[in-house]
Design a protein around this ligand. Sequence first.
Ligand code: FAD
Ligand code: 2HG
Ligand code: ZN
Length: 492
Amino acid sequence: FTTDTYPEIKRDPRFAQITKEHVAFFRELLGKDSALVDGVTADVSLEDMEPYNGDWMRKYRGHCKLVLKPGSTEEVSKILKYCNDNMLAVVPQGGNTGLVGGSIPVFDEIVVNTSRMNKIRFFDEVSGVLVADAGVILEVADQFLAEKGYIFPLDLGAKGSCHIGGNVATNAGGLRLLRYGSLHGTVLGIEAVLPDGTIVDDLGRLRKNNTGYDLKQLFIGGEGTIGMITAVSIHCPQRPKAVNVAYLGAESYEQLQQAFREAKNHLSEILSAFEMMDSYSQDLVYKVRQNKRLLEGEYPFYCLIETSGSNPTHDSEKLEAFLDQLMTEGIVSDGVVAQDETQIKSMWAQREGVPECLGHWGGVYKYDVSIPLSDLYRLVDETRERIEKAGLKGDTDEFPVVEVAGYGHMGDSNLHLNVAVRRYDKRVEEVLEPFVYEWISKVNGSISAEHGLGIAKKNYIGFSRSETMINLMKQIKALYDPNGIMNPYKYL
Ligand code: FAD
Ligand code: 2HG
Ligand code: ZN
């Protein structure tokens, strides 16, 4: 895709074009060459720009000519102030793993990337409070915590690349939100820079702090539209000593709902994940990775259940008793419990590998939505019917839809509807949109459960938010970013 896909978006003429003088300023400020990828004054190839201009799904393409990699909050402050004074538009970027095109420039906005801001600043071994730079990679933060007996309260498939600043900016949900809650609760403080260079030092370490408006919440899930997060303070739980994982097969979505009800009932405080996968998503993973099936039989639905607790014997007994009951009552058809760390990893790989394997054929139309549990899977069935009726299913250039699959964080009522295609195709998009968004709106769901709006859902925010709410958001945007330089052309 290119911006041609959005003919309604025109480059805002209020923004300046980047000149050699601008580059000279940034070069002087950031010093080292490694802090700057310059396609304005230096002979930098398109390939060098590719990691910053292209997204994980190969769906969005920017035309940025300058990437800045500040090494400190002060440098971010000087960069943004200069950009604001000179009307240069900016896109904050972390690991660039976002799935809604939010971290990709639309035209020639300057990318300000956090990869050099990667220090852990503070950790309290008693309270579990971690303070770290925005550019720390999620997995690195978690490994640091593991050595201290703690765990980062967020985990997701992109952990090896995404930055904690990006996680907070998208309010990422992930695989264990069911257990550890949303970043709106676990993030205790934020340090951020406003477009005029003001450093907002709200890097508190307190769990309780009812002193006026909780302004940091605006940056959590703000998607870089009001300022740049430079550091995060977060409350981390004790790392569980006992982790068990089971992978089950079921005949129907109704049975999965029953299994979830029973999991809450029987596993209660140790339940840490309940993930749903349909056969379409699982079969694709087996096909792409050529790995052995986890269960002997094939089922229309699968779920992955994880428990995390402090007593291995107690947790195993609980999980075994729970599974016995599910099997005896015919709620699930088959199941297997991981016997060691390797099996735990392969079960999780079978779930976490779904997004990558769905992308194997070329592209994926992704819908990350919240739907009341009873209706959740119906959207996948109806979407598949629509695609088939439109005659687009086929796996050829003429019939580009390879598969329609549903999976996601069932424990949080969060469905990932994915339509895998050989190539992005307007005909497919027209069958899917606004159909999916209208469908969601009718059941009072949310058009974005955890990935945000970015540019992908720019035109659809009204399906989940009222006019009044959108206007309030615009007022906040105007207050924090009066020149509109922060991540322009995106959802606001
Ligand atoms: P980027 O992609 O670089 O940026 C994302 C957005 O945040 C952009 O709008 C950007 O402008 C803004 N931003 C980035 N850094 C800052 C900053 N410092 N200050 C202000 N704004 C900033 N998401 C989930 O919620 N749950 C999942 O389970 C999940 N799994 C994923 C699995 C895979 C394989 C992939 C590729 C993605 C997945 N995601 C998931 C998407 C998710 O949004 C990102 O992985 C992650 O949260 C984004 O972090 P990032 O550092 O890559 O941010
Ligand atoms: C996941 O849960 C991620 O695996 C990605 O949120 C979902 O790619 C998707 O649609
Ligand atoms: Zn997800």
